[in-house]
Design a protein around this ligand. Sequence first.
Ligand SMILES: C[S@@+](CC[C@H](N)C(=O)[O-])C[C@H]1O[C@@H](n2cnc3c(N)ncnc32)[C@H](O)[C@@H]1O
Length: 189
Amino acid sequence: MSSLFVRFLRHPGQVGAFCPSSRFLAVEMTKKIGMEDARTVVELGPGTGAITREIVPRLRKDARFLTVELDPGMAASLHAAFPRADVRCGSAAELPRILEDSGSPRADVILSGLPWAVFPPDLQDAILDGVISGLTPGGGFATFAYIQGVVLPAGIRFRRKLEQLFREVECSPVVWRNLPPAFVYRCRK
Ligand SMILES: C[S@@+](CC[C@H](N)C(=O)[O-])C[C@H]1O[C@@H](n2cnc3c(N)ncnc32)[C@H](O)[C@@H]1O
């Protein structure tokens, strides 16, 4: 927690949250998204690994698991903590190139812990366009939003963008045991 908190104070526009997702939210992120069958799984913005920790035990034995983290220090810690993950240090906006370089140009499931609310619209769009082009047809994308943000213009815009890009967009129940409470958008290409 302290590590993310310190980084939040230093780079609020990159971190967007002062504490990691709870285990309850992390588990919700892994549900009903096709993890059991996925051969390639990607996590964007893993940070301290709160969601990574719930992804790893749910992976198929033969699945490839790629994480994309912007902060080099965080990427190094993740690499040490999660040997199962192929940790790439870079921006989620470069996802199509990162997937190509990894030898799996398409992912079956992409999970995101990125702080969308603090991103400018052009960065949101660039990342979401990369997510769509990096997913297999029928692939799943899950990301979370804090409940207080959904009525703000950025939250409304984000949801509209998801609805434009994906064939299906569903919301999970609110996860109250998270600070702040949040819900998961589950999207299908
Ligand atoms: C709020 S933290 C979330 C950490 C974790 N997923 C969780 O839910 O607790 C957001 C993380 O996204 C990373 N990040 C921010 N912008 C990014 C980008 N463009 N590409 C990849 N990672 C990014 C930050 O460095 C930070 O580690």
